[in-house]
Design a protein around this ligand. Structure first.
Ligand SMILES: Nc1nc2c(c(=O)[nH]1)N[C@@H](CN(C=O)c1ccc(C(=O)N[C@@H](CCC(=O)O)C(=O)O)cc1)CN2
Length: 297
């Protein structure tokens, strides 16, 4: 019987485990603050930022929100980041991606103080991750680690195929999985749009992490029985619904479910973990900046 992994339930459990950390910080006089910066009128980005703000409010993290006109010059964003870097009430800074074409994304990520880089995208934090001394693990791959752990999926010695090589998911996911650690020690293959015979790779995998951003790229015929399938895709495809779209993963759920041992749905799989691990990183940032040990879960 295929297990449908309930990401909301796992995320709720981790969020509950974060509450004592906030109490410890409060006793020391610190309320963590997360600044979100939105420079886009893309509907999905607006949704994700409002979910992040709501999650902060629910847990007791101060949410500080900034919106910039998508047509504003890049300097407006750099100036805002400088202000947030200097603001002691702001422990974490998140610039929602993607950014408008005229803004140099890498320059933006490098402008954020690495101590406040709760996305873990600054080169200093990327370097720390790759060398096995992470400060902030990027939220989605960190969430997937937590999800695999919660489901008892052993990564030690497992063949894991990561489909997608983005800086947000694919590359950090592969790096975390190869680390010498309880949630690593996997043999990892990173595939992408130019991979020859993708199906041959995914059929050999114990775990497939689908993060290519291509709706229903992977179907059941590309999987072997017993695989754990982690679907990172949250693609909006046109549909005759009230919203005019429906959410579809990078995995064709119905056929994949027939082969998989366990599979994450979309929505309700990886997405909720992404938000929870942002809360986790914000608390970690506050604890490091206030020099208060909070024993994170
Ligand atoms: N600065 C960042 N930008 C982006 C990141 C990121 O980690 N940092 N990741 C993605 C999008 N993302 C977070 O921003 C994200 C995507 C999906 C979800 C989520 O919970 N999805 C729900 C469905 C939500 C819906 O109804 O649309 C689910 O899967 O259940 C959370 C966060 C790109 N940008």
């Amino acid at each position: 019987m295929t297990r449908i992994i309930d990401g909301n339930e796992i995320a709720d459990r981790i969020t509950a485990d974060l509450e004592p950390c906030l109490e410890t910080l409060a006793d020391a006089g610190t309320t963590p603050g997360l600044a979100t910066v939105l420079m886009s009128d893309d509907g999905a980005s607006e949704t994700y930022v409002s979910m992040k703000r709501q999650a902060c409010n629910d847990l007791g993290i101060e949410s500080i929100h900034h919106e910039l006109d998508p047509d504003a010059p890049a300097d407006a964003l750099f100036d805002r980041i400088d202000e947030l870097n200097d603001d002691p009430a702001v422990h974490g800074i998140l610039v929602q991606l993607p950014l408008p074409d005229h803004v140099d994304r890498q320059a933006v990520l490098e402008r954020i103080d690495p101590q406040k880089d709760v996305d873990g995208f600054h080169p200093e934090n990327v370097g720390r991750l790759v060398t096995g001394t992470p400060r902030f693990k990027p939220c989605t791959p960190h969430g997937i680690q937590k999800l695999l752990e919660a489901e008892g999926v052993e990564t030690e010695g497992a063949d894991v195929v990561v489909v997608g090589r983005s800086n947000i998911v694919g590359k950090p996911m592969a790096n975390l999985l190869v680390q010498k650690s309880d949630t690593g020690n996997a043999t990892v293959t990173v595939c992408h749009s130019r991979t020859d015979d993708l199906a041959a790779k995914t059929r050999d995998a114990d775990v497939v992490v689908a993060a290519a951003g291509v709706p229903e790229l992977i179907d059941g015929s590309m999987l072997s029985p017993g695989t754990t399938v982690i679907d990172v895709g949250v693609n909006r495809v046109d549909a005759d619904t009230e919203k005019g779209y429906e959410l579809v993963g990078d995995v064709e759920f119905e056929s994949a479910k027939e082969k998989a041992d366990a599979i994450t749905p979309v929505p309700g799989g990886v997405g909720p973990l992404t938000i929870t691990m942002l809360l986790y990183n914000t608390i970690k940032a506050a604890s490091l900046q206030a020099d208060v040990d909070v024993s994170l879960p």
